[in-house]
Write a protein that binds this ligand. Structure first.
Ligand code: ATP
Ligand code: MG
Length: 572
C-alpha cells in the first residue's frame, strides 16, 4: 500500500476520556474513529488488524472441526421469551419493535438463536457432537462504555456453541475449546492466564467455566494466582484463606464505649487491636423474583464482601447494600450493628471468621461496641459461607502457599451450559435407545476487538504501538526520502522486491521529512521499518532496517536488503 494513496490520518491530540494506552493509541494511529458513545468506525488500518485476529480465530476453530455460520444480527423477542431471558437479560439488551409491533433485539449473544437453528436441523445423537461458530457484531448497551474498544457498546466477537449427547462428551469438547483459546492467544503472543470463573446465571447444573485473562495494569478484572501450584481464578470465584491470624484470650462479653468510632479502622485504633479482631456487619438487600429480603453479612474487619459469591449463594436477581433508610427501618444503627440485634434477619458469617475466637462487634447502639463476642457462645441462627473477596497474600486453597493478585483483561470466556437452553427451548434428539433427550451445550466467546486492544495494552511505548507480528496491519514500514527521480525509482524497486518476497509493505512515499515519517512509523508500530534515505544511499549504497520492538538498527547494502529483512523477520 502506498501512503500517498491511503486513507490514513494520525492525530496529535485525543479526547480526555481516552485514558488507557490502547484507546489513545488506536485513535492517534488512525485505526478507529468514534461515532457515538461506545460506537466506533473501524478505519482501514484498524480493520486489517481485526481481520488478522479473525483469521487466527477462524483457522484455530476450523482446525478442530468447528463450522462457521452467520446468524442474524437482529433476533426475534419470541426466542428470548422461550428461555425467560427477554425479561432476565437486563438493559444491556437493546430491544425495539418493528412496524408490526413485534419485539426484536440486536443480539448481545446468541444461545437462543443457535438452539433454534439446532432444533430445526438435528434429530439424532448420530449427528452429535457439533460445534458452530460465527464472527460478527454484537451490541450491548453497557452501563459505562469506556476505554474505546475495550468496553464498547458495539463490538466484534467470535461466539461458538457446541451440542453433546452427554456430560462426558461435553467435557471432552470443552477441553478442545480450552486448547483452541490458549493457542489463539499464544499465536498472537500475549501474556495471559486461563482462570476459573464465575458462571453467573448462564448455566444449569455443575459446570466448568474459564476466562482467558490478558495480564495488564489497565485490566478491569482481578485474578488470583498461586505461583506455587498454578491455581488461578477470577477473584469473583477464587477461594483462598487468610494466613494465620493472632487472637486474644476468650473473655466475658463486655460493652465498651467507642465515642464517634463507627468505622472498623477507628474502632480498631481506639481499642488498640488489629482490624481482624473486629467483625464487619453489613446489611444487604436481595431481590429474587418478586421477593425482597435483607440479610446480615459478617466478615473479619479487614475483609471485603465478594458480592458475586453472595449473589450466587442467595440466588438473587438483584443485590445491593441496604440503604440507610432500610437499615433504620430494621431498627439498626449504622456503624454500630452487631450480630445480636438483627432479630430475624438471615445471618451469613464468612468462613474465615473463627466462631470459637473472640471479636469486637457493634453493640446495636450509638457509640458502643461489644468486646469478647464469640459466635459459638453468643451468636444465634447463623450460617457459615465463603463470602470474602480474595486478595494478595492470602493462602492458596489447593496448596496453602501465598497467592498474588493481578489485573487482567477478560478476552475470552468459555462455559459449560448444561441443558438450560435445549430444555427450555425443547430442542431434543433421539438417543441410542430411541428416547428423546435434551443435549448438553457449551458456549465459547472471544472478543476480536478486545483482543486487538489488549495486544496494545501489553505492547506499546511512549512513541506508539508495538504490534505483535501476527496481527500488525502491515509487516514493514518503508520510509523513502528521495527527491531525484532515479532515487525514487530505487525506492519503488525496494517496495516491489519486498512485496515479492511475501511481505505486506506500507510504502511512505508522501515526501515528508525524516522526523515526521519516523513519528508516524513509531506510532503505527509495524514490526520492521526500512529507511531509504537518498543522501545516505548515495554516500554508502546502504539502506537501514529498524526493529520496532527493541529499537535495533542495522545498515545493509541494497542488494542484500531482502535477505536481511527475511532473516530479521524470522528472528523477531
Ligand atoms: P465483561 O465481564 O468484560 O463485561 P462478559 O462476561 O460480559 O465480559 P462475555 O459475555 O463472556 O463477556 O463475552 C465474551 C467476550 O466478548 C469477552 O470475553 C470479551 O472479549 C468480549 N466482550 C464482552 N463485552 C464486550 C464489550 N462491551 N466490548 C468489547 N468486547 C466485549
Ligand atoms: Mg459484560
Amino acid at each position: 500500500m502506498k501512503l500517498s494513496k491511503a486513507f490514513w490520518h494520525t492525530l496529535r491530540e485525543v479526547p480526555a476520556d481516552a485514558v488507557i494506552p490502547s484507546h489513545r493509541l488506536m485513535l492517534r494511529a488512525g485505526l478507529i474513529q468514534k461515532s457515538g458513545s461506545g460506537i466506533y468506525t473501524y478505519l482501514p488500518f484498524g480493520l486489517r488488524v481485526f481481520q488478522k485476529v479473525e483469521k487466527i480465530i477462524r483457522d484455530e476453530h476450523n482446525d478442530v472441526g468447528c463450522m462457521e455460520v452467520s446468524m442474524s444480527v437482529v433476533t426475534p423477542g419470541e426466542l428470548w421469551r422461550e428461555t425467560g431471558r427477554w425479561d432476565d437479560f437486563g438493559s444491556e439488551m437493546l430491544r425495539f419493535q418493528d412496524r408490526a409491533g413485534r419485539d426484536l433485539c440486536i443480539s448481545p449473544t446468541n444461545e437462543e438463536a443457535i438452539t433454534d437453528c439446532f432444533r430445526k436441523s438435528v434429530t439424532s445423537y448420530k449427528q452429535l457432537p457439533v460445534t458452530l461458530y460465527q464472527i460478527g457484531t454484537k451490541f450491548r448497551d453497557e452501563i459505562r462504555p469506556r476505554y474505546g474498544l475495550m468496553r464498547g457498546r458495539e463490538f466484534s466477537m467470535k461466539d461458538a456453541y457446541s451440542f453433546h449427547v452427554d456430560k462426558d462428551c461435553l467435557d471432552r469438547g470443552y477441553q478442545v475449546m480450552y486448547d483452541v483459546y490458549s493457542r489463539i492467544i499464544e499465536k498472537i503472543g500475549l501474556n495471559y492466564l486461563a482462570v476459573q470463573a464465575d458462571a453467573g446465571a448462564m448455566a444449569s447444573g455443575e459446570a466448568q467455566t474459564h476466562e482467558f485473562q490478558v495480564i495488564a495494569d489497565s485490566g478491569e478484572d482481578n485474578v488470583i494466582l498461586c505461583e506455587g501450584c498454578g491455581y488461578a481464578a477470577n477473584n469473583e470465584r477464587a477461594q483462598t484463606g487468610r494466613s494465620s491470624l493472632d487472637f486474644g484470650e476468650i473473655s466475658q462479653l463486655e460493652e465498651v464505649p467507642t465515642p464517634n468510632k463507627s468505622t472498623i479502622s477507628d474502632v480498631a485504633n481506639f481499642l488498640n487491636i488489629p482490624e481482624h479482631q473486629t467483625l464487619k456487619n453489613l446489611v444487604y438487600t436481595s431481590v429474587t423474583g418478586e421477593e425482597e429480603q435483607h440479610v446480615l453479612v459478617v466478615l473479619l474487619g479487614d475483609d471485603e464482601v465478594n458480592e458475586v459469591k453472595l449473589k450466587n449463594f442467595l440466588g438473587s436477581n438483584h443485590l445491593a447494600a441496604a440503604t440507610d433508610e432500610a437499615i433504620e427501618t430494621l431498627g439498626l444503627v449504622k456503624g454500630f450493628i452487631g450480630p445480636n440485634d438483627v432479630k430475624d434477619l438471615k445471618t451469613l458469617v464468612d468462613s474465615e471468621v473463627d466462631v470459637e475466637k473472640s471479636y469486637v462487634v457493634g453493640a446495636g447502639k450509638v457509640d458502643f461496641h461489644l468486646k469478647g463476642y464469640v459466635f459459638q457462645r453468643d451468636g444465634k441462627n447463623f450460617e457459615q459461607v465463603d463470602l470474602r473477596l480474595s486478595r494478595n497474600g492470602d493462602s492458596c486453597c489447593e496448596c496453602g502457599k501465598d497467592v498474588v493478585e493481578k489485573k487482567g483483561i477478560e478476552v475470552g470466556h468459555i462455559f459449560q451450559l448444561g441443558d438450560k437452553y435445549t430444555k427450555s427451548m425443547n430442542a431434543t434428539v433421539l438417543n441410542v435407545n430411541g428416547k428423546a433427550i435434551a443435549p448438553v451445550m457449551g458456549c465459547y466467546g472471544i472478543g476480536v476487538t478486545r483482543l486487538a486492544a489488549s495486544a496494545i495494552e501489553q505492547n506499546h511505548d511512549e512513541n506508539g504501538i508495538i504490534w505483535p507480528k501476527e496481527i500488525a496491519p502491515f509487516h514493514i514500514y518503508l520510509a523513502m526520502m528521495a527527491k531525484k527521480d532515479e532515487n525514487k525509482e530505487i525506492g519503488e524497486k525496494i517496495y516491489c522486491d519486498l512485496k515479492k518476497a511475501g511481505f505486506e509493505v506500507l510504502f511512505d512515499d508522501r515526501g515528508l521529512g525524516f522526523g515526521a515519517m519516523m513519528k508516524d512509523a513509531e506510532l503505527l508500530g509495524l514490526p520492521l521499518a526500512v529507511v531509504f534515505g537518498e543522501r545516505d544511499f548515495v554516500k554508502t549504497g546502504e539502506v537501514e532496517i529498524r526493529v520496532r520492538k527493541n529499537g535495533e538498527r542495522c545498515k545493509v547494502a541494497l542488494d542484500s536488503l531482502v535477505d536481511h529483512v527475511v532473516k530479521t523477520w524470522k528472528e523477531i
